[in-house]
Design a binder for this molecule. Structure first.
Ligand code: SAH
Length: 261
């Protein structure tokens, strides 16, 4: 699939000011003459993506995310590179956004919350081992996971999104993130056992394969529909004595579907 080249963040606006502050180089507007570029120069601050991400991370910390590894990963991965050009300005807002084929990229706060849960006590001991993600979507969460886990296997059932994620992730060269096209309800036995399994789509029952492929001592974090139709976040720990389940807050994920398309 051929993707149009993405703009930088925000879409190139040319120099921020016509007269640079002392010691601060003017950012060259590509292909723009200084005079013309000055006309488009934004007057606000914070249009630099690192600064906007830092503010997003501050909001995540204020809302209760405490894992330094998660906050650092969220501050590093450029979410604006994963959304369509028209949505770039909303990339660091705490909102889910369409990624095509009727699917959405999760809100940053939900991504951070779920990864923090996935890390659990293991996070405190210095990072996760192998992780399986169900629902690659645009590849954003896979990229964040790639920064907190040793190895990430991420499965997507829609070919169009699998390819989109491939294109999005290629320039990041995350050699520990492996994208797989297939039905995540079957898991991915070749990579098992997993220290963590995380689902970005919610079904109404837990696929047996996920429980089987989870390592003893591993943790699964997934949205799940309850009998009243409400979706909740489920955390399951596989202990030497069996599974321990915790039901957490209400969430709103796209449905988990079987088969590929
Ligand atoms: N983590 C993603 C969010 C994607 S939304 C991101 O950062 O963009 C959830 C994704 O789960 C959708 O792309 C949907 O197609 C996918 N999905 C649903 N059921 C699936 C299944 N059985 N196997 C693999 N992917 C599935």
């Amino acid at each position: 699939m051929n993707q149009p080249k993405r703009p930088s963040f925000p879409a190139r606006l040319g120099p921020l000011t016509s007269a640079p502050a002392a010691g601060r180089p003017v950012r060259a507007g590509v292909g723009a003459k200084p005079a013309a570029a000055a006309m488009y120069a934004p007057s606000g601050v914070g249009l630099d993506s690192a600064a906007v991400r830092t503010r997003m991370v501050q909001r995540l910390a204020a809302s209760g995310i405490t894992s330094a590894a998660v906050l650092q990963a969220m501050g590093t991965v450029e979410r604006h590179l994963f959304v369509d050009t028209a949505l770039v300005n909303q990339a660091y807002e705490d909102t889910s956004l369409p990624i095509g084929l009727a699917q959405t990229i999760s809100k940053p706060s939900v991504v951070a919350r779920m990864i923090e849960l996935l890390l659990g006590a293991e996070g405190a001991r210095g990072g996760l081992g192998r992780v399986l993600e169900i629902g690659t979507g645009c590849g954003y969460q896979a990229a964040v996971l790639g920064r907190v886990a040793k190895e990430v296997y991420s499965m997507e059932r829609l070919r169009g999104l699998h390819e989109k994620a491939r294109n999005n992730l290629r320039p990041l060269r995350l050699t520990n993130v492996h994208l797989l096209f297939g039905d995540g309800m079957q898991g991915y036995a070749q990579g098992a056992p997993y220290a963590g399994i995380i689902a970005a789509a919610g079904g109404d029952a837990l696929p047996v394969a996920w429980c089987d492929q989870l390592a003893v001592g591993g943790r699964l974090v997934a949205p799940m529909a309850r009998s009243n139709g409400q979706q909740i976040l489920l955390v399951i720990d596989k202990t030497p004595y069996g599974f321990q389940e915790a039901v957490l807050e209400a969430v709103n994920f796209v449905p988990l579907k079987s088969g590929i398309a």
